[in-house]
Design a protein. Structure first.
Length: 358
């Protein structure tokens, strides 16, 4: 079996090393990203709220257009329940792991002190952004943080995380809270939590990726669509619009103004969306005991995924699922509520105004 250094010897890091690095700071984590060409400029614009003048301890190398001279044998990575199709594949090394995005062909080398992406990076910028953010997640999980599938907003002495099944409205709900004066964006799809008095939340610099339904439902966002496309979408049936997957990056500072992003804050509240479009009951936000609701806890917990290497050197096993205990401990002291009834973002926004007292 090969080692990480054997893979590195087949790649050319010099173009990345010759470029001026991009330094990022996210809570306790510092990164330095080495990337040549136009991709670097895109990353600077995207990560504008996390830019730092201080080099980070973790180094990430991006090598657009490079490939290994020979393909390794790939093993499909098992997807989470409810997810279909092949997404990731892995190849084990003695001291690391190769990960391949099946559809795009983007490949990653992950090992202690090594984080390298290569392949068609410039055509898959979102994949590159996710890889950079994954390094933040890996470092924090090794330090005892728990990874949640959630969006989060903070302000007025409260921090609210929002979970739910994929497509359940996390991003739309979070952005409705961003319409409240004095709130700040913490994270869109990944939130780290750690036990404490009070418990702590940490977001990552992942801008919201939203569907057209979210854009049409919020006048503040209408400029993200051209007039012709907006007219096409407005003519679609509501059910078809809800199910449409057409992602748009929302750059928070461009839409909501400067100073509306914060990555860490004490965590006070957690809502789990368990509502339905066809429900007849009104929207209800009610406190629950999370330990007695494994269905809701399941919506919060998030597998570390194929990139995660444990402190003892083991990589996350294929098909592993998170353990509830550490999550319950991390969320001790957080007010957890179930959002049930019919999907009604106006009603949820009203609950948010009461929560943030604005």
């Amino acid at each position: 079996m090969s080692r990480a250094q054997d893979i590195l010897s087949q790649l050319d890091l010099s173009p990345a090393e010759a470029a001026e690095p991009v330094h990022l700071k996210v809570g306790p984590v510092g990164l330095s990203v080495f990337c040549p060409g136009d991709l670097r400029a895109e990353l600077v614009g995207y990560f504008q709220d996390a830019l730092s003048d201080t080099p980070g301890e973790t180094r990430v190398h991006l090598l657009p257009g490079q490939a290994l001279p020979a393909e390794p044998e790939w093993q499909d990575w098992a997807r989470e329940a409810g997810k279909a199709g092949r997404k990731d594949a892995i190849h084990a090394l003695d001291d690391g792991r190769l990960i391949r995005k099946v559809r795009s062909g983007v490949t990653f080398l992950q090992a202690p002190g090594v984080a390298v992406a290569f392949g068609p990076l410039e055509q898959n910028v979102s994949t590159v952004i996710n890889f950079i953010n994954t390094q933040v997640l890996n470092i924090c999980q090794r330090d005892g943080w728990q990874l949640c599938h959630a969006a989060a907003v903070t302000g007025h002495g409260r921090t609210l995380a929002i979970s739910g099944l994929s497509g359940g409205g996390k991003s739309t709900s979070m952005l409705r809270m961003m319409d409240l004066e004095g709130t700040a964006f913490l994270s869109n799809d990944r939130v780290l939590v750690r036990a404490g008095r009070p418990p702590q939340a940490l977001g990552i610099p992942k801008q919201p990726r939203i569907n057209p339904g979210t854009i049409l439902g919020n006048p503040r966002l209408h400029s993200m669509l051209g007039p012709a496309r907006r007219a096409e979408l407005e003519a679609m049936p509501a059910a078809a619009l809800w199910d449409l997957e057409e992602k748009h990056d929302l750059i928070v500072s461009e839409v909501y103004g400067a100073g509306r992003v914060r990555f860490d804050a004490p965590l006070t509240d957690f809502w789990v969306l368990n509502w339905a479009r066809d429900a007849v009951e009104p929207t209800r936000v009610a406190q629950v005991e999370l330990a007695s609701r494994p269905d809701l806890l399941g919506a919060i917990m998030k597998s570390p995924g194929p990139f995660y290497q444990h402190p003892d050197g083991r990589f996350e096993p294929n098909g592993a699922t998170p353990e509830p205990g550490p999550y319950l401990a991390a969320l001790d002291g957080v007010r957890v509520c179930e959002v049930s009834g019919r999907v009604d973002f106006d009603a949820l926004a009203a609950e948010g105004r009461r929560l943030f007292d604005v």
